[in-house]
Design a protein around this ligand. Structure first.
Ligand SMILES: C[S@@+](CC[C@H](N)C(=O)[O-])C[C@H]1O[C@@H](n2cnc3c(N)ncnc32)[C@H](O)[C@@H]1O
Length: 245
């Protein structure tokens, strides 16, 4: 769809597109694939992270060097009971899985190379989503009877995900040549003096999606958000209620 819009709008290589609600980065990745530059903004740290992590990937050799550190010994680290002031986190995981996720997150935080660290963090967040009994359901998280209670299975999934992501780096025929970066920002108030040739975006779903609920696990486990930060974000996002305009 982004390719079609670029065609329709007559956007050529080296021109620049803005996406003020970039989410997981579809516009930024697609434009970059066509050699078009792009700038994205999103209010959720998780969305900005995902876009940049997908766009700026490390080399496979760099990943493999670090992967060796992620051995079974992590399964036996004792770090006490994990405490978060966001209650849903404790509902979403068993104490042992949560404690293991905290260990894994800590180990990822120790990786110096930021591209490699982000790559591992992306795999970690996919793993947390897989392990959680709180599943994304439209605009909310719903407690289900799916999810994983065994930390060994969680670790296996993490390693499998890393393997799949490594293979994805080499999708034949796809090369990102346009410059693109996502920034954290509220599209209603950011100051940007950029000169854009087009705006391509998929804006937030009015009145339906509370992104702070849908991406709660990612925000808390990945970016250390606590209750008060989540609430602040929550108040910032729902003002985009088109029904009230
Ligand atoms: C429909 S999604 C975008 C989907 C995106 N095209 C993708 O590829 O994932 C809308 C995005 O708008 C973001 N958003 C909501 N309110 C915002 C605001 N005030 N400023 C910037 N981004 C906002 C949400 O966090 C969400 O990621």
């Amino acid at each position: 769809m982004v390719f079609e819009m670029l065609n329709m709008l007559g956007i050529k290589k080296a021109q620049t597109v803005l996406d003020p609600f970039c989410g997981g980065g579809t516009t930024l990745l697609a434009t970059s694939e066509k050699g078009v530059n792009s700038v994205g903004y999103d209010i959720m740290p998780f969305a900005v992270f995902v876009t940049n992590a997908k766009r700026h990937q490390p080399k496979v050799e760099e990943i493999e060097k670090i992967e060796k550190r992620f051995t079974d010994s992590l399964l036996f680290v004792k770090n006490g009971k994990a405490r978060f002031d966001v209650e849903t986190i404790h509902k979403a995981f068993t104490p042992s899985v949560l404690s293991f996720l905290v260990t894994l997150r800590h180990e990822i935080g120790e990786i110096r190379n930021s591209r490699v660290r982000n790559f591992f963090l992306l795999a970690f967040l996919r793993t947390a989503d897989f392990a959680s009994i709180a599943k994304k359901d439209g605009g909310f998280l719903r407690i289900t009877n799916e999810g994983v209670t065994n930390k060994r299975k969680v670790f296996d999934y993490f390693k499998k995900t890393l393997g799949e992501m490594k293979r994805d780096i080499f999708i034949p025929g796809i090369r990102f040549t346009g410059n693109s970066t996502a920034h954290l920002g509220d599209s209603r108030s950011f100051q940007d003096e950029g000169d854009y040739d087009a705006v391509i975006s998929s804006p937030p779903y009015p009145n339906r999606h509370d992104y702070t609920r849908v991406y709660l696990l990612e925000e808390v486990l990945g970016f250390g958000d606590n209750n008060s930060k989540i609430k602040k974000l929550r108040y910032a996002v729902p003002h985009l209620r088109f029904g009230q305009v």
